[in-house]
Design a binder for this molecule. Structure first.
Ligand code: FES
Length: 159
């Protein structure tokens, strides 16, 4: 018997979702998407559960999770700060903004603060190049961000 450490309730919800969808080629992606929505990330135990339920080899599940940068195997912070480093943002100093977030929060890109509040990630073009450089905090979008704006942006997300 496998040990599961995450909420049984969430597993039940995921199982109900799996039972409700059609078992076609897109099912794995749909289920991974839903699982990440429910659990916040896709740890190994969740990936194994999905493989078993869909009757798909674990190696295939791992392969899909690692291929798409959207999927994450680490828990993220309450606030995920995504800095666009696509070309238009890059030429308008996005790297300095990344550094300022890293220095202020004392973490590197891809990491989460010890209190679970903030994660820093970089994105490729988010399709708002006219607003470059662009920073997103969860669903909020900030355009024409300067290094001086970094502290002000973080100050909006303290609770
Ligand atoms: S490159 Fe950043 S929005 Fe397009």
């Amino acid at each position: 018997m496998k040990t599961r450490t995450l909420s049984q309730d969430l597993y039940t919800q995921l199982e109900e979702y799996i039972d409700s969808i059609e078992a076609n080629d897109a099912a794995l992606i749909e289920v991974l998407h839903e699982a990440q929505h429910l659990f916040g990330y896709l740890p190994m135990e969740v990936q194994l559960f999905i493989g078993e339920k869909l009757n798909i080899p674990a190696s295939k599940v791992f392969g899909v999770v690692s291929f798409y940068s959207y999927f994450t195997t680490e828990p993220k912070g309450k606030y995920v700060i995504n800095i666009c480093t696509g070309t238009a943002c890059f030429v308008r100093n996005a790297n300095a903004i990344v550094k300022e977030f890293e220095n202020t929060l004392n973490i590197k890109t891809g990491e989460t603060t010890g209190n679970g509040m903030y994660t820093i990630d970089c994105l490729r073009c988010v399709g708002a190049c006219g607003l470059a450089p662009v920073v997103m905090v969860n669903e909020d979008v900030y355009g024409k961000v300067t290094v001086d704006d970094v502290q002000k942006i973080i100050a909006k997300y303290t609770e």
